[in-house]
Design a binder for this molecule. Structure first.
Ligand SMILES: [Zn+2]
Length: 256
């Protein structure tokens, strides 16, 4: 039995901490800050055994050096990005064996937010960094809309019950924007209420699931006729390709 707990960092980052019952070793994903991780390890009597990184941004990698100063552990990360602390560079199709969790994770290349961004999938869990968010997706800092669309389609094709562990608590703002794009979606309206209740209590809204994202995340719904229609009215033009719909929704969100 693997438990996955959020360690809060900065304003709205989550560093995911994975551990198996009865084993003091643990794995962290995207430790942008060492301090809250070290605190969590001390509080829970755990020792760090592996670091997983999804992309090079400082709020995902900034704590690695300090964590390694307490003892070397393998650092997995994208082969296509320059992160000096990475000891095990990964590309799509590679697997990561984590004996401390009795778990194997597969690797996907998911360019768009950054050029070399990777995601980890296994055991019914997806660690997708800043690619897919609950109700949203990452900004396109280093990739094209077509690349990000394809990356998101790859993740959307995973089993519906896959738990989605993204790296930020952006869910409420994302879903409020989603209502503009997809206002008649009943499941989305319900989800906004559920997330409002969680956030009012300062609770984490993650993980979501691939199935829930496919029903309510406008960035996975470019093929939906209502989403397409609303994107067209915002952009003032007609679209023939779902990538154009995706690009317009991303531009709409960036403009808002
Ligand atoms: Zn990022």
């Amino acid at each position: 039995m693997i438990t996955v707990k959020p360690v809060r960092a900065f304003n709205d980052n989550y560093i995911w901490l994975l551990q198996r019952a009865g084993d003091p070793r643990c794995v962290v994903v995207d430790p942008g800050d060492a301090t809250p991780v070290l605190l969590a390890l001390a509080e829970q009597g755990l020792e760090l055994s592996t670091i997983l990184l999804t992309h090079h941004h400082g709020d995902h990698t900034g704590g690695v050096r300090e964590l390694l100063s307490h003892g070397p552990v393998p650092v997995y990360g994208p082969a296509g990005e320059s992160i000096p602390e990475v000891t095990q560079p990964l590309r799509e199709g590679d697997t990561v064996s984590l004996p401390e969790l009795d778990l194997e994770l597969g690797v996907f290349d998911v360019p768009g937010h950054t050029a070399g961004h990777i995601a980890y999938y296994g055991g019914g869990m997806l660690f997708c960094g800043d690619t897919l968010f609950a109700g949203g997706c990452g900004r396109l800092f280093e990739g094209t809309p077509a690349q990000m669309y394809q990356s998101l389609e790859k993740l959307a094709s995973l089993p519906e019950d896959t738990r989605v562990y993204c790296a930020h608590e952006y869910t409420l703002a994302n879903l409020r924007f989603a209502l503009k794009v997809d206002p008649d979606n009943r499941r989305l309206q319900d989800r906004v209420s559920e997330v409002e209740t969680l956030r009012a209590a300062d609770e984490c809204t993650l993980p979501s699931t691939i199935g829930e994202e496919r029903q309510t995340n406008p960035f996975l719904r470019s093929g939906d006729s209502s989403v397409k229609q609303h994107a067209e009215s915002w952009a003032g033009e007609r679209f023939t390709d779902p990538v154009e719909v995706f690009a317009a929704v991303r531009a709409w969100k960036d403009a808002g």
